[in-house]
Write a protein that binds this ligand. Sequence first.
Ligand code: ADP
Ligand code: ZN
Length: 362
Amino acid sequence: MKTIHVNLSADSYNIYIGKDILAKVGEIVAKDKEPCKMLLITDENIEKIYGDVVAESFRQNNFDVKLLSLPPGEEQKNIENALLLYDNCFAHKLDRKSLIVALGGGVVGDLSGFIAATFMRGIPYIQIPTSLLAQVDSSIGGKVAVNHPKGKNMIGCFYQPKAVFIDTNTLSSLPSKEMVAGIAEVIKYGVIRDAELFAFMEKSMDAILQLQDEALLKIIATSCQIKANVVEQDEKEKDLRAILNYGHTIGHAIETVTHYKQYRHGEAVAIGMLYATKIAIELGIADTSVFDRQLSIMKNLGLSIQTGLKSEDIIKALYTDKKTVSGRLRFVLPTKIGEVIISDKVNDEMLYRVLDKPLLAF
Ligand code: ADP
Ligand code: ZN
C-alpha cells in the first residue's frame, strides 16, 4: 500500500492506494477515530459489488453503519437528494463527531462531501473513490458540490476529507468507457506537470488497460501526488490550481453545448486538451509534436475526437463558464509536454480560427 500525504496544515490527510484496501478500511480508520455513527453513501451499481465489504469492514470495528444508496448518474447530484441525505443524517442521529463515507464515483463523492461540509456546519468524511476519474481527480482536493439547473457544481464549497482510500481492484468492474474517460485526466497530469508520466502512458497503455497492478499504481499514485502538490500550494484556486483546468475550458463548453448527454467528462476534456494545444501552436508557444503525442495516445484509447459542433456555440458557452474572470477567458496552454502556462490572451478571432477547422485537418 502506498501513502500520499496531502499537507494542508490543520486539514492535512492521507491518500492510501493499493489492492484489497476495501476490506481493511474500517480497521485503518479505527486507528485514528473512535467508533461512531456513520452514514455510508453509495450508488446502486456500486452497492451491489462493494457495499457489503465496506459496511462489514466498519461494522467489525464497531462503527454503527447505515448504508444509503442512490440511483447512479450525474442527475442525482442535486439539492433534492442532498435534502434526502440530511433527513437520513438526522434519522440515524448523526452528530458533529459522526462520520460520512462516500463509496463510489465522482457523483457520490461530490454529493457526500457536500453533505459532510454542510450538515451541522461540517462533520468528518472519508472518500473511497471507485472510478478512475474519482481516484485521480475528484476525491482529492476538497471540492464538493451539487448541480443547479443553471450549471454543474454551481452550489458547493471547499471541504477536505479526513482520508482517501483507493482500492485499485475496484477498477476491474468499472465499465471500460469510464476507464478510458478517467485516463484522459491522467494524460492531463502528464501534460501539465510530468513528462515522465506522459512517456509512461505512451509506452504502457496496454498494461494500463489490462489493469496490471504496477501500471495502475503508477498512474494513480503519480496523478494523486501531482494533484496533492498543486492543492497544497493553492488550496482555493487563486492561481496555480487553475493549471488543473487544462482541457477543461473548451471541455466544459462542449459538455454544456451537448447538455452533458453526449460526452463523458473525460471525453470532453480530451477534445478540450487537443484544442488548447492547437491554440498554443497558433500562438507559437508549442510545436506540433505536443499535439501529435496527445492525439496518438487518445487514438490508441479509441477516444472520439471530432465534435461536429458549431464554433459559435462553443464560444458562447465559454463565456458562461464560472471560471471566466471578469468576462475574460483564461486558457491553460501547453508549452511542451510537462509544462503549461495560463493565458488570458486568447481572443475570439483566434478561437474561431482554431475551432472552425476539424481537429485532424491541421
Ligand atoms: P465519475 O466518477 O466519472 O465522476 P460517476 O460517479 O457517475 O462519475 O460514475 C460513473 C459510472 O460508473 C456510474 O454509473 C457508477 O455507478 C459506475 N461506477 C463507478 N465505479 C464503479 C466500479 N468500480 N465498478 C462498476 N461501476 C462503477
Ligand atoms: Zn476533470
